[in-house]
Unconditional design. Structure first.
Length: 158
């Protein structure tokens, strides 16, 4: 009888210990996933502005700027596998200077009188982003041959 009682107590202690172990292990995995998500989006932030699909090319020479007419053709709801990371994020370009009067999302009908160029916006994302990272970029407007200061923004969703 005493042996059975000791075995039951041992099993209960083992179950409690395993529950705590798996709880802390799951929290560690979630923290690692958040870190990997942030690092992968930082790499994306550094590399997306240099892609030939949106980079400027003036007289055949590649320039360090973003061609805004090339941004108009991107469908923000389309999945961009080469530009996606392991977590959900929204990518857009915003005009910063000269300071715009209001934020207007660009379409071909109102170009160049707009300030936000959506690049990638996955379906089903929450309204509020968890983390917002950005880097400055130069926006080139080929129709007017103007350069304006902008930023590439990545909003990482939880």
């Amino acid at each position: 009888m005493e042996t059975i009682l000791i075995a039951v107590i041992f099993v209960i202690l083992l179950v409690v210990a395993l529950a705590f172990y798996f709880k802390f292990s799951a929290e560690s995995v979630e923290q690692t996933a958040e870190n990997v998500c942030l690092v992968s989006n930082t790499v994306l932030l550094a590399s997306i502005a240099a892609t030939p699909e949106i980079a400027c090319s003036i007289e055949g020479q590649r320039e360090p700027c973003i061609d805004t007419t090339k941004l108009l053709v991107f469908d923000p709801n389309r999945d961009r596998l080469p530009y996606s990371t392991i977590c959900s994020q929204k990518v857009s370009f915003e005009q910063v200077y000269p300071v715009p009067d209001n934020d207007v999302v660009c379409t071909s009908n109102i170009y160049p009188d707009c300030t936000i160029y959506p690049f990638s916006e996955p379906e089903g994302t929450s309204v509020e982003a968890g983390i917002r990272i950005s880097t400055p970029v130069t926006l080139y407007y080929p129709l007017t041959e103007d350069y304006k200061l902008g930023r590439l923004v990545i909003e990482i969703f939880p």
